[in-house]
Write a protein of this length. Structure first.
Length: 259
């Protein structure tokens, strides 16, 4: 399972690609850098088409993000697509699970030459992290909420509106076995310390919690909640205002609804 990720450790500027350089292309809201090794693997014409596909996908995601969560970054967002080998060499030590991308000031993606569903989902996921950071750069969200927003938007962009049977069964099993995470234990800045299995559950639980909130007062409530949170930097107050309950009460209701 490849996961998108928010990195809490410091990261440098644009790193060296497999050949020590990156190609560059831009759009209205994004600066795209691509490892030249991927350029050569895909061929010039093919890779230029790929770059345009990526930028078109990102611009579409940008508009969706404004519609769904009211996030619209004003500065251009940098996106770097690495040769897979280089990505693994440079960044695999930053987390204990297999990651397809992460964000820390720059969106960094484990490379491809085809815009498939997996890559689309990762781009949507990391865009949320970039947009939240742009909206409130001095505010550190708990990981369950930051990743929950990203997972929810990633799923919603693919037309997914609720947990599937497998996901629900996994959460129900974790509840029955006492393995479900208390949200308080998922409130560090990131999930980077978790191993693969724990990270899988943490991401799923974060997504499920956001789906639960969306069902309380409709999907548009997430937009209102996100807007208020970005303005006040006060999670308790934002939850109380939008969902008329505190986090402890909402978490108990979520767990109860699992069955």
């Amino acid at each position: 399972m490849w996961l998108g990720f928010l990195l809490s450790a410091p990261a440098g500027a644009i790193d060296r690609g497999a050949d020590g350089e990156f190609g560059h292309r831009s759009s209205a809201h994004f600066e795209l850098y691509q490892d030249v090794a991927i350029d050569r693997a895909g061929g010039f014409r093919g890779t230029r088409h790929f770059e345009q596909q990526i930028l078109t996908e990102l611009e579409s995601a940008y508009d969706q993000l404004d519609d769904y969560l009211g996030l619209r970054p004003r500065r251009k967002i940098e996106v770097v697509i690495y040769d897979p080998r280089v990505f693994d060499q440079q960044f695999s030590g930053a987390f204990r699970f297999a990651a397809a991308g992460f964000y820390h000031g720059v969106i960094r993606i484990r490379g491809a030459t085809v815009l498939d569903v997996r890559l689309s989902r990762v781009l949507h996921h990391e865009l949320v992290h970039a947009a939240l950071d742009a909206a409130a750069p001095s505010y550190s969200l708990p990981a369950w909420l930051n990743e929950g927003f990203a997972e929810w938007f990633e799923a919603r962009s693919q037309g997914k509106r609720e947990l599937n049977g497998t996901e629900h069964s996994m959460l129900l099993s974790a509840k029955s076995n006492g393995a479900l995470f208390p949200l308080s234990s998922l409130s560090a800045p990131s999930f980077g310390h978790l191993n693969q299995n724990a990270a899988h559950l943490a991401y799923l639980q974060s997504y499920a919690m956001l789906e639960f909130l969306a069902k309380q007062r409709g999907e548009r409530s997430l937009r209102e909640f996100c807007d208020r949170l970005m303005r006040t930097h006060n999670l308790a107050r934002a939850l109380k205002h939008v969902y008329r309950a505190d986090l402890k009460t909402l978490e108990a209701r979520f767990v109860a609804e699992l069955g």
